[in-house]
Unconditional design. Structure first.
Length: 118
């Protein structure tokens, strides 16, 4: 489960990194998030350091993503509000996928999970 969330975060952060390399800076205005009904934090604080394993077992640390856009969303399949926010996250992915990694290796599945919920 954590791997799926982490891979989605990598997808978004990778897109931002590639956009920077291409001379484009992704702009995420408050209005954009309001349209998707995503709340943004008022005062931003750095996230605490942690590591997650990707699907190949390789540990990836938050520190290694410093300076990149990282989208974290911790959720569970049994949580109905969590499941209802999936379309908004998918829309965010579709909006930014052309600026970075696409739905290939970065969205690998864990069993049939992604086919059912992603």
């Amino acid at each position: 489960m954590k791997s799926i969330v982490f891979l989605f975060c990598l997808l978004i952060s990778g897109g931002a990194a590639l956009a920077q390399q291409a001379g484009q800076q992704p702009t995420l205005s408050q209005d954009y998030f309001k349209k998707l009904r995503i709340e943004t934090p008022g005062k931003q604080k750095p996230a605490p350091e942690f590591a997650l394993n990707d699907l190949s077992g390789k540990a990836i640390t938050l520190k290694s993503l410093r300076g990149k856009v990282v989208f974290l969303n911790f959720w569970a399949t049994w949580c109905n509000p969590c499941r209802r926010e999936m379309p908004a996250m998918e829309k965010l992915h579709r909006e930014f996928r052309d600026r970075g990694p696409t739905s290939g290796k970065e969205r690998t599945t864990s069993g049939g999970f992604y086919r059912s919920w992603g």
